[in-house]
Design a protein around this ligand. Structure first.
Ligand SMILES: [Zn+2]
Length: 260
């Protein structure tokens, strides 16, 4: 398994769609080769960030994340990605721009919408290629009137209801035939980790949502990318890491073309 960085996702998508994105990170050749070798070559790519899904969590909860593991085992690619931040906002901005947090400057929710750096979504739209995003309302703000389809979901106490809405929007927008890229963000695992909830319940619900999204991507002969954004925020694990002086956690990136 190849080790890459989350910064390489946006440059890879830019190369695949033939648009120009400024980043020091290189496209992942293996992903491009995978995409171009499909028949038909995927016309739409869905990128789902699963908040707090780190590499260790991916294997610790392999039973609950059965669908995602299956997508890799059947005919997918799995990468171990270096992370760029332990916080959601800068990490997602890095995934979508290919730039480090100090370069894109989007460090907190307050910074969202103030950056003049364009994400891969906006770059594609500027080149006439249609994109969509299903994300939390605050994160969606800068994308209004910039990209074709914005589904803003308000944050709420019931995080399963939140993820359900993200899933539903992601699947429904896939019916648009001229769509090139969809970005979605599922949050149940992160919420449960922060609050000390039963992580296997959150993992199972996330896997069910991914199963539905993967089916919809398969029906469009699309390509699905699934990744985490940062290490899982678990109090006891963080304390252990600090004493052992371990390197920051890595996150998985799964690339697949789900068959139906
Ligand atoms: Zn996060």
């Amino acid at each position: 398994m190849q080790s890459i960085s989350l910064l390489q996702i946006a440059p890879t998508l830019a190369e695949f769609f033939g648009v120009h994105l400024v980043s020091q990170a290189h496209p992942v050749k293996q992903i491009l080769k995978f995409a171009y070798s499909r028949k038909p070559v995927p016309q739409v790519v869905v990128l789902v960030v699963i908040d707090s899904l780190d590499f260790r969590f991916y294997f610790d909860f392999a039973d609950e994340l059965e669908t995602i593991h299956d997508l890799v085992e059947r005919d997918g690619l799995l990468f171990e990605c270096e992370t760029v931040s332990s916080h959601t906002t800068p990490a997602i901005a890095s995934i979508l721009t290919g730039l480090r947090p100090e370069s894109h400057g989007i460090l907190t929710g307050e910074d969202v919408g103030t950056s003049n750096v364009n994400s891969i979504l906006e770059i594609l739209e500027d080149e006439g290629q249609k994109t969509a995003a299903a994300i939390e309302t605050k994160g969606a703000k800068p994308l209004w009137r910039r990209i074709s389809h914005v589904f803003a979901v308000d944050d709420r106490e019931d995080i399963f209801e939140y993820d359900e809405l993200i899933k539903t929007h992601t699947i429904s927008v896939l019916k648009k035939q001229d769509l090139r890229l969809v970005f979605s963000h599922l949050r149940a695992i992160d919420r449960f980790a922060h609050r000390g909830g039963d992580l296997s319940v959150a993992a199972k619900a996330t896997d069910e949502n991914m199963r539905a999204i993967a089916t919809a991507v398969g029906e469009r002969d699309g390509m699905l990318l699934i990744c985490g954004d940062h290490e899982t925020h678990l109090k006891d694990r963080k304390a252990k890491q600090a004493t052992q002086g371990k390197a920051p956690a890595t996150v998985p990136l799964i690339v697949c073309c789900p068959c139906i």
